[in-house]
Design a protein around this ligand. Sequence first.
Ligand code: FE2
Ligand code: FE2
Length: 252
Amino acid sequence: MSLYAIGDLHLHFQAEVKSKGQLTDKVWKGHERVFAANCAGLIREEDTLVLAGDHSWGRNLGECEQDMAYIMRLPGRKVLLRGNHDMFWDAKKTEVLNRHFAGKLFFLQNNYCPYTDGAGKAWALVGTKGFTFEGPFYLDRRRRVVGWDEEKEQHARKIVDRELERLRLSFEAARRDGFTRFIMFLHYPPTSILERDSDFTRMAEAYGAAQVIYAHCHGEARFHDSIEGRFHRVDYSLVSGDYLRWMPKKIL
Ligand SMILES: [Fe+2]
Ligand SMILES: [Fe+2]
């Protein structure tokens, strides 16, 4: 029994691709075939695969139908996290999605997903989209940050607070059911490029999460935007698909 994660599939069986990098960068060429083949060789039916957001370019469930069908055909149990591009997923209507895809896909939002590892230990998979302030930043000639858009920063603060509350609900739902071991998933990185820690890293520490898994940072220039490796006794991993070259990362 193993737990795997990857994010940013940005599938487009029906919808139009809206990212230049995805249209031009070699790593995206036939990525859905590469990824499906990697999963087939790696993941067994008893395993769990967490997809850490940005599943589809579709703007609604109708435009995501073939993308969801592709995800359902992947081996193992599939758990989905909400990304900033997942327009088909209204955070307030996650229960509707969970009813619609019952027994096929699990949508992680304001809830948690139980997971038992190979040694029989019980874990709770918790998570939310998260958020980080991504600028715009103003740089001087030596590319040092000398300022930023304050209005955008204030707006970011509101979204961060809302996402922190959703994450807390996820942790608390698991805790109420007696879980003490947590793996925390975010779509956005836990820190912005200006931060060394954040309310998200502090929440991971407060609940004693063993790992924080995040995605969203894709394209080589973004791979090292946030924390990687061990920080304050929590292990941080970036699992965006192009970073992992479409090979899911083993988490447990
Ligand atoms: Fe993405
Ligand atoms: Fe994203």
